[in-house]
Design a protein around this ligand. Sequence first.
Ligand code: C2E
Ligand code: CA
Ligand code: CA
Length: 850
Amino acid sequence: MTGATSPLRSAASRVWWMVAVLSLAALAMLGRLPAPRVDGPWAAVAAVTLALGFYLADAYPLHIEGRIDTFTVSVSELPFVLGLLFCPPDLVVAARCAGGAAALVIKRHQRIDKLAFNLALQVFDTALGATVFVAIPSAGSKTLLGAGSAAAVGVLASSIVAMLAVSLVIRIHSGRWDATMTHNVVEMNLLSLVPNVCAALLIAEAIWQSHLVVLPAIVVGVAMAAAYHSYIDLHRRHDNLRMVHEFVRSVDGSATSESRIRHLLERTRDVLRSGSAEVVLLAEDGSGSVSRRRVGADGWLQSESAPSPADDWPITMVASTAKPFLAARGSKDPSVASFLAWRGWRDCLVVPMLGEGRTMGVLVVADRNSDVTTFTDEDARLLTTVAAQVSSVVENGQLVDRLTHDSSHDALTGLANRTTYQDRLAAALAMPGGEPLAVLLMDLDRFKEVNDTLGHHHGDLLIREVAGRLRDAAPSAATVARLGGDEFAILLPGTDHDAARTAAQRMWDAVARPCSLDGVDLDVEASIGIAVAPEHGDDGAALLKRADMAMYAAKRAHARIEFYDADRDEYSPRRLALAGHVRAAVENGEMQLHYQPQIDVRTGALVAVEALSRWNHPEYGNVAPDEFISLAEQSGAITTLTHWALESAVLQLAKWREAGYEIEVAVNVSMRNLIDSAMCSHVEELVRSHQLNPGGLILEVTESQVMADPERTLPILNRLAALGVTLSIDDFGTGYSSLGYLKQLPVTEIKIDRSFIAGIAEDQQDVAIVRAIVELARSLGMRIVAEGVENQPTVARLTALGCDRLQGYLLSAPLPADELTAWIDDHQAEHAPPPRLVGSRHLAAVSVHS
Ligand code: C2E
Ligand code: CA
Ligand code: CA
């Protein structure tokens, strides 16, 4: 008989029809069976013994391992054959019915439809077997060949019908004829049938020979049962080992630790035949916080939390005692029952995960996949073995995670490091859709001072403090990284120009808040440079470099926050090409001096010219001095350039003097020239060799150049002044020098910056500034020059305010020497008794009233 392969699960009405048909057929056969041959107490003893036999046979089936599957077969043919040979047929049917029903209910916990079918089938095939047996004439012969063969035929018939019935039900149930299934049913039945019948016949023959043989037979039976039981035990352990082995093999070492844990939990859930599996990991810092990962009916869940809630006491208990905890289905313990109800589980099993020297967490499985069984101690042992595997995987995973974290984060601050920042920047730039993004680079001002004066301990504290503030102030989508030293970078995805400025300002404010570190109060300031994609580039390295340039520009200008500006970019191809060629341009004659006239306000006569450099680049054409002068200053070519300008201007001055024009010439001088002591001897040599009136040479310097390093520039300025050359402060009013310094400077002229002059005709504020400058200069006995004079009303205002000299487009743009000579001739004819009258053209545009 078979009990295991029946796949009946859900009851279809057709199955109930079969139950009815089988029951009716069984009743019909029972009615035709002969009356009992045994009466009284013996009949009762026989019936109970037989029923017990059927119960044991069905309740403890044999598990036979096939190549692919494990089959479970019943030895019910054994009591059946013995029953037919030694008991009345109707009694056999009754015992079969009682024993089978008891096994199905007690051991198999079968559902009502399945139970009804199996019972009806048992009654039917037993009645059929009995009917066939009694119909065979030799049935009453008490010999192996007579009664024995009749019983074998009866049992065989009953088995065949049972097999057909089961196959039929499978067909009804699944809607198709499963050939392999039928084949398996037949194969397994025949496999169990033949040995079972043979064993029964052996016992029957022995009983026929001597009734006493029953006793040793019982002893042999019990011994065999015990042996079988231990075999089953071994078998299950082997089974579990096999599962664990498969489990370990299935762990994918290359996967990320998160997906590995997920895979492990899925396997754990399957191995333990449960509805869900969960791992609860305890924080390593002992803070009691836990992180959970679970696979279950609700899918993949992941959470981090503070200590487990009190309701979750089994978790905490297992974690602290390191002993497994089993909450079986239907537990009577109220605390266990309420825990299961709280988690919404039928049953569960919790085992510790032991790591190196500590309990890392617990492994939980819940909801055994069965209507009837629950977790057992055997499962607890299996899960403990599995937990050891999970622990080692998690531990390795954590190690890997820590190593990956360490290699991608800054050890001091925990912020992302340069590599990570670059990776994220590249990833953000590669995102389709072309969203804007901003790269912010921040550098602390005077961090070196903190480090030098307070020591590295405070330096580190400050860096950590700043890191924390940046992290708090940055938007959640931002990546804040420490690139090294006191340099931080912030990546702001989806951020345009304006939003970047707002974010940068917020971060600047956060960093600039006063802080107290280990009892030392510190005021920190920072400079932030910003580059925005795609505006300033679409390549990560270029954006970082440009943000860096902007940051340095912010530092130089004390501007806090600056955006990248291509004009300032010393690395743009044009600037690189120009920077390398200033010196050669001077030597190759690509440079030329233009001269712009200055007139005396009172007489209107030309009194001086300002020499301004012009570069006619073979490739770029005319390059403005605003562009190449700063390049020359950076490359050092400014020394050559200034020497050349001085020489050319003095030479031209000498020419004009020879031609009879008594004018002064102004040459612009850079900061670098002012710290170069060779400058003085050069000027001295020029003045001497051309026998110049030194006062006729004006050197224009700006306030900021002088004030950048007064200790070095002042001695040189004093030496130049001692030579007798005129020193002029250019662009006056734009620098941030203190007026107090002005007194100490050996200057005799101030040139008011053209930004104040441009608006003087309309803007009262500009008037006030110019008036103040004029008064100041007057009080110091200095000459006042206004540059950038572009129209007549401005001339009138400046005249009224008391300026001495005027320069600007109204008079003339800077001109090459020969053109200026022509201009002078025109101008002098009109305004002053010329030193030598050359022409008589008029300049109608200028009329200066003194
Ligand atoms: P700067 O010394 O302030 O020279 C005056 C600038 O104002 C000149 O620009 C001139 O063309 C311009 N300008 C003159 N009149 C007017 C006007 O009415 N309105 C306006 N808006 N602008 C006027 P330029 O020639 O482009 O020179 C720019 C700057 O380059 C100069 O400013 C000077 O600082 C520097 N520079 C020029 N040549 C040399 C040089 O040989 N050596 C040094 N160190 N710097 C030079
Ligand atoms: Ca100038
Ligand atoms: Ca100027």
